[in-house]
Each structure stands twice: as C-alpha cells, then as structure tokens.
Design a binder for this molecule. Sequence first.
Ligand SMILES: Cc1ncc(COP(=O)(O)O)c(C=O)c1O
Length: 501
Amino acid sequence: MYSGGNASSLPLVGGSSEPTIKDLSKPGRRAFNYPKLDVPEEKIEHNCIKVEKAPLPEVSEHDLVMHFSRLAHRNFAVDLGFYPLGSCTMKYNPRFADWVASLSGFSNLHPATPGKYSQGSLEILYKLEEYLKNITGMDNASFQPPAGASGELTGLLIIKEYLNNNNMSNKKNIIVPDSAHGTNPASAKMAGFDVVEVATDINGLVDVDELKKLVDENTAGLMLTNPNTGGLFEEDILEISKIIHDVDGLLYYDGANLNAIVGVSRPGDMGFDIVHSNLHKTFATPHGGGGPGSGPVAVKEFLREYLPGPIVIKDNDNYEWYQPKYSIGRMHGYHGNFLVALRALAYMMLLGKEGLDSLGSYAVLNARYLASKVSSTIPLAYEKPCMHEFVATVKELKKTNKIKAYDVGKALLDRGFHSPTIYFPLIVEEALMFEPTETQTVDTLDDLAETLSIIINELINSTESFENYPKNLPVGRPNELIPAKHLTVNWGDFELLEITE
Ligand SMILES: Cc1ncc(COP(=O)(O)O)c(C=O)c1O
C-alpha cells in the first residue's frame, strides 16, 4: 500500500489510506512533454476561449500509472478470484472474445456507416441471430436493448402493441412471481401494465393453483425466468403456458438464467413467445458494474413485425437493414452494444456445437456439487435439486448466533472470495445465493466450501462483533443505500459512510 507522498487521511476501513490524484499533484510535474515549438506561436482570440488554467492534477507519468494501477487492485474482479454471485453468472470469459472485439475493423466502425459499407458487421448480427434462434427456439431477434432490463421493457412494449393491434387493449395485467427479479415488475409498470403477483409454493415453484385464480380475460401475459431465481426448474411450465395462452395472454422469458439450459432445453419449446438473452452473462461479457451489456429480444414469428427496428435481413448474398411494419420504435440510438454482441458470437463459434451443448449441463453439475458441500455448513432454502444456482439461508444462525447473511458475505470477501448474492430472492430470509458457473474447477469449489465452513465456525465461536468483518480490505462496510439515494460525484463532497445500524 502506498505510504509516501502527501497521503490523504481519508478514513478507509482496514487502517489503510490512499492519496487522491490531486494529493499527488506538484506544480510543474508532467506525464508527457511536447517537443519545443518549431513554428511561430499563433494566438487565437475568441471570447469562448478559457483564460484560467484548468485545475488539473500535475503528476509524472509513472505516478499516474502507479496510482490508477493501485486503485484497480483494490477492486475485486472476476480475473482475480472466484465470484459466485448468484443470478449474475460471473463466469470467466476467454480472452479470445476480447481480442476479436478489439479488431479495429469492428471497434473503429462508426455505427452510422450505411449497410452497404458495413456488410461484415451486419453479417455478425445476422449470424448471431441464427445462433440465438437455435438456442432459444425463437424466430427473429433485435439487438437494440443494451441490457436485460431494457430487453424486458422492449418485450412488454411489444406485448402492448400486439394487444392494441388485435383489439385486446382491455388486457392490462402482467403476472409476475413473487420470487422475480425486481426489474420484472418495474419493466411491466414502465410499459403501462398493472402487476399481479403470483405466490411461490413450498417447493420454490410457481403455485399453479394460485395462478389459475389470478388469470382472466384481463391477463396480458406472464413474465418468468426458468430456472427461477431460487435456481429451480419450473416443472409445470407447459401447464403454465397453456393457462396463459388459453386466455390469449403472452409468455415472456427473462433470459437471465439461460446459462442453466443452453444445449438442454429451449424457452421456445416451453411455450414462451418472447425471450431476452443476457449476452453479458451467458456469452462472454462479464455482467456487473453497470458495464456495457446486450439484451437482445427474440420473438416468435407472429411478433416479428413489432420488433425495434431496423433489424438485419439477408437478401441473396446481401445483408440489409429492415424496418418491421409495426415496430415499437427504437430502444437504442444505434444497433445496441455491437461489440458485446460480437464477443457473444466469437464465444459461440469458439465453443462450437459440442461446447454449447454441454455448457448448461456443466453449469448445473458445478452448482449441484457446490450445493452438496455448502449444505453441510449452511442449510439450503429448498430441498429440490438445484439447476445452475442455489439458495442457502442463515435464518437459523441469525436466531441462535446473530449471524447475518451480510456478515458471511463480508467474511468471505476478507478471504479472497467474492460474496454470493445476499438477500435475494426476497422470499427467502437471510438468503445467500451461489452461482459457480461452469468455468470453475472442482478445487475452487472445494476451497469455497471449506472456507465457508471455517468462517461459520469462527463466527459461531467468536467473542468479537461480526461487524468487524472484513478486517483486511481497504473498504469495509460503506453505507450502500446513501450513495444510491444521494449520488455525489464530486470527490470533495465525498464521505465514506460506515453502516450505523
Ligand atoms: C433474474 C434476472 N432478471 C433480470 C436481470 C436484469 O438484467 P440486467 O442487469 O442486464 O439489466 C437480472 C440481472 O442480474 C436477473 O438476475
């Protein structure tokens, strides 16, 4: 840790301090030097020209590089450690896909380049659409939505337009399970629907009897992820889809959990009409940090003309942009996050059919292996065998030893593992949700299970407060709510707020 220079006294947990780039500034220092001017200096006079010097930090190049490299190493990253963040599919993504996306023919192409001068890029989208159609069992896709939540909104706007065009504008209700990701009800509401919640039964699946009571002529559709957010496969999906279709409602598949079923089953065959895929989870772009994502929406043939346009079509050997007839309009300024889509195609072609066919199976195998190990330390929320992720709960440990999911997550971070997702799904008390993905070795899974058992023992037998965890990280327990509610982007106004429960 840096200790020289004029380090600030910012109170970071763990006893460390780090100067800001402004603290390192010394007048006259430069990270670069221009050659001496060898032409006469020309003064530009204009009232828009700023006369005061910009208050930028003055640092040497090496200080600059060291500063930002040090900061970067304070972050937990998927390249540094195991990241079993449930629902987020933080798998390791091969460097090959990054290399393809960095090729200048792709990365320097302006998105407004007309189709006839960017045939290669149109071909990429067309080919990726073919792969996605095969994987999801759908007929057409648009790549505009830049994330999963945006895909959800797109899908719901498509449902709305379709219902309006077919004299069914009375249909106002979108049914969402109580276990759903928060973006599901939020997207339905944003699209102008009313949200109707359906309960989960004791086995962790949609309560079908409850669903039957909720469905009527006002049902516009159902949003579901399968496997669901408890990591369980909705076994009654064919019955569920019949119940919704019988009243002319549509089925929306939240593809956030597609990683579990790639190569094994397809939402299209389960009865879903619209699917978004999170390319940034399942196919070679890490999810998280709000970074660029891609949530293409694929639909069955009867909804093709409602897709956000333009979409790519092929005419003989030419690729062209096509504007669907009843398109809901644009969901993105250009064609979505093209380089994320490109990474996905590179990844799919690298794995080939064999690799893609076994992806979901290995993801499930790893999750079941880890679940069986973890269950000897922390009970699982559901007895059914999990799919690609599973939920454990420290509800009892909270009662007996005041151990919370939050404490376990922090203690894991202290020992080099990212925390699993905590307090989600909301219907499980003190939930810890693990998703190992297919990219982890059995040794890493064993390490995590063993570390977890050591931590729980330590927490049970400890006489000190659990709130002292983490002890070894530069940042400990910042208040996670305040920055979300009161965004402060000025360093000078920044205060690191400790949790005061
Ligand atoms: C089940 C589920 N649905 C939807 C989303 C939203 O996806 P995105 O973060 O790409 O908007 C997530 C995100 O992790 C998710 O886990």
